[in-house]
Design a binder for this molecule. Structure first.
Ligand code: F6P
Length: 324
């Protein structure tokens, strides 16, 4: 292997830049040529490459977003789009790719490699959602939960000053990890996540119980993909059922969770994963995602990583019930 390329794809996440930096610096250290591809698969189809050197990644370790930009590519879902992408890689003599992204990215990478078996792609898990099997943490998750926690702390101050009930919506279309940890870290009254059915009557009973115990304010953290709906919908339903007259407010945190300076753990982990991805390519690995489990680097085939067969730890769930 002589020439590799790196790209970021799907929803961006803090720490992606630290990962790009590690891929580039490791490749150069090992004597490889390294290119960047702008806007993920879309840039690959449109031949949007940039030659990377040591300076290309200077002073980016602390930045959120991604210097290579990102996109969700509809064209890459077509065989014609993938054919163009393959031809650009071959014309440039690129034989290895590092894809930094989430389940959509690895689904695309898998199809691409099945069609073109001479391609080697290794993935680094980049998503704030933490919803990939085969790693304890995805790149971006730690920063996102800390951003959400800080925002909810602020909301708690004002909720308490006015004795209000707040529904705070956090990101997570299919996964409740952001809601779970940010809710636990802020002492939320309840946490609603897509992995479990939400019983609104139970929630109301729990909130009413809090009011009888003279709790001045309450926070309910709602993952955007919860089966009862987003925070606005849940708040409306709860308001109809509450017997106590409570002032109810809703805050949607949205994309504030996607940006910002990556935390210390994020930068170090992203660097380790980026470096490991290059060594995995050099070892002859293909079609695997780099992950960190119990502090060890592990490889998980893309098909398994994207299956969403992770479980929420029952002892963490118990904390929600016991400690609120
Ligand atoms: O996958 C990361 C994520 O931030 C999800 O939590 C969220 O549902 C989605 O991306 C939002 O995507 P977009 O920025 O394209 O609206």
């Amino acid at each position: 292997m002589k020439h590799i390329a790196v790209f970021t794809s799907g929803g961006d996440s803090p720490g992606m830049n630290a990962c790009i930096r590690a891929v580039v610096r490791t490749a150069l250290y090992e004597g490889l040529q390294v290119s960047g591809i702008y806007r993920g698969f879309q840039g690959l189809i449109e031949n949007d490459f940039v030659e990377m050197n040591g300076h290309s990644v200077s002073n980016i370790i602390q930045l959120g977003g991604t210097i290579l930009l990102s996109a969700r590519s509809a064209d890459f879902r077509t065989a014609e789009g993938r054919r163009k992408a393959y031809e650009h890689l071959k014309a440039r003599g690129i034989d290895g790719l590092v894809a930094i992204g989430g389940d959509g990215t690895f689904t695309g990478a898998n199809v691409f490699m099945q069609e073109y078996p001479d391609l080697a792609i290794v993935g680094c898990p980049g998503t704030i959602d933490n919803d990939l099997y085969g790693t304890d943490y995805t790149i971006g998750y730690d920063t996102a939960i800390n951003t959400a926690m800080a925002a909810i702390d602020n909301i708690k101050d004002t909720a308490n000053a006015h004795g209000r009930l707040f529904f705070v919506e956090v990101m997570g279309r299919d996964a409740g990890f952001i809601a779970l940890l940010s809710g636990l870290a802020t002492g939320a009254e309840d946490i609603l996540i897509p992995e479990f059915h939400t019983d609104l009557d139970d929630l109301v009973a729990r909130l009413e119980d809090g009011f009888t115990k003279k709790k001045n304010s309450s926070i309910v953290v709602v993952a955007e993909g919860d089966d009862a709906g987003g925070a606005f919908q849940v708040a409306e339903e709860v308001k109809k059922r509450l017997t106590n007259p409570v002032d109810v407010k809703v805050t949607v945190l949205g994309h504030v969770q996607r940006g910002g300076r990556p935390t210390c753990m994020e930068r170090v982990r992203a660097g380790r994963m980026g470096m490991s991805a290059v060594y995995a390519l050099l070892e002859g690995q293909r079609g695997v995602m780099i992950g960190e489990i119990n502090r060890q680097i592990v490889y998980t085939p893309f098909e398994q990583a994207i299956k969403h067969n992770f479980e929420i730890n029952p002892s963490i769930l118990k904390m929600v019930k016991v400690l609120a």
